[in-house]
Ligand binder design. Structure first.
Ligand SMILES: NC(=O)c1ccc[n+]([C@@H]2O[C@H](COP(=O)([O-])OP(=O)(O)OC[C@H]3O[C@@H](n4cnc5c(N)ncnc54)[C@H](OP(=O)(O)O)[C@@H]3O)[C@@H](O)[C@H]2O)c1
Length: 332
């Protein structure tokens, strides 16, 4: 009987927790859709941004927000219909935008897309590398080819795009007035590799490499070409393929209780970080990967309730005050 009761109580607790989490998620989404950008709408006026993976999810939201702050947008992705529909959404908001089919794993595609962006808009100032592949898989079931594919998209693809964009992004580069600063690169990373993440060995390794690329290019190209190179590491972001493809939405609604800020992030949160890094507000920021996760990667279970800890520390304190304070004796 007690077991049945405790099972029922556990079920009720879980249901209650799920309901509360869903309410929190809905509330935060509603709130976000009403939140206006705190940045001035013209802070990126005259800039041209190229975004890999800019046709969907986080990449699309970054395209949208860079566009809303004055930038012209070029989107690169493999699926033509995704790119086309993103471009027409941006155009319908009055944002100058164009799109190119392309695979970041192919150097010839990278060269063509960067050149086409330059031909279309006459310059390139911002490169955002958001293209990525992801799926959950236990390490023993992941073939070396599967591992390599994710490395190729996330890490090699990021480097290839940076490499081909250099001649346009650098100070005095093609289409640039030599008296103005060089451009900027933003690499979309993750927090998976800060510790270790179940069934994500490929993405963890790929994003660790992305962070290395960010730091090394920040050093070399910051020094030689006045290009700032930074990253953004999103935590779990709601309403994205990254979350739904991994089936994480259900799991996270339970885990949210232990997460600082008690919620998953929104695409808008990542896009605001990108606006900051791309604008002059971030002009002295170089080589950093900005974690935008509400503190999620730091989250740990709370083993002691706070009241118990306060109680315990009062007892320990009292006991130590009553202990006679003598000269410490050597144990030797
Ligand atoms: N969602 C999250 O919670 C989360 C958390 C941490 C980090 N991130 C990072 O945020 C970024 C966006 O993720 P998302 O969840 O918004 O997923 P998403 O919508 O699937 O975005 C990935 C985009 O990359 C494009 N892409 C994939 N492979 C490509 C290739 N080889 N060449 C060119 N484009 C390619 C995809 O378009 P095509 O398939 O048409 O090419 C798609 O538009 C990724 O870098 C991801 O690792 C996401």
């Amino acid at each position: 009987m007690p077991t049945i009761l405790s099972n029922r109580a556990t079920t009720n607790r879980i249901l209650h927790r799920e309901k509360a989490s869903k309410e929190l998620q809905t509330k935060s989404r509603k709130k976000a859709s009403m939140v206006e950008s705190p940045f001035k709408p013209e802070i990126l006026r005259g800039k041209v941004a190229l975004l890999t993976g800019g046709g969907s999810g986080i990449g699309y939201e970054i395209s949208l927000q860079l566009g809303k702050h004055g930038a012209s947008i070029a989107i690169m992705g493999r699926r033509k219909h995704v790119v086309d529909s993103a471009v027409s959404s941006l155009n319908s908001l009055g944002i100058p935008a164009t799109g190119f089919e392309g695979d970041v794993r192919k150097r010839e595609d990278a060269i063509r897309v960067v050149e086409s962006t330059f031909k279309h808009f006459g310059r390139l100032d911002i490169l955002v590398n958001a293209a990525a592949g992801n799926f959950l898989v236990p390490s023993e079931d992941l073939s070396p080819n599967g591992f390599r594919t994710v490395m190729d998209i996330d890490s090699v693809g990021t480097f290839t795009m940076c490499h081909e964009a250099l001649k346009y992004l650098k100070k005095g580069g093609l289409g640039k007035d030599p008296s103005t600063a060089g451009g900027t690169i933003i690499n979309i990373s993750a927090t998976l590799h800060y510790t270790a993440t179940w069934y994500q060995i490929h993405v963890s390794a790929a994003k660790a490499a992305v962070d290395s690329i960010t730091r090394n290019l920040a050093l070399e190209w910051g020094t030689d070409y006045d290009i700032r190179v930074n990253g953004i590491a999103p935590g779990p972001i709601g309403d994205t393929a990254g979350m739904s493809k991994l089936g994480l939405e259900g799991i996270l609604s339970k885990a949210m209780e232990k997460m600082p800020l008690f919620k998953v992030g929104e695409k808008w949160d990542i896009a605001m970080a990108a606006v900051y890094l791309a604008s002059d507000a971030g002009k002295y920021v170089n080589g950093t990967t900005l974690v935008v996760d509400g503190g999620e990667w730091l989250s740990k279970p709370r083993h002691f309730p706070k009241d118990a800890v306060k109680q315990l520390s009062r007892v320990v304190e009292k006991r130590s005050r009553h202990k006679p304070a003598g000269i410490p004796r050597s144990k030797l």
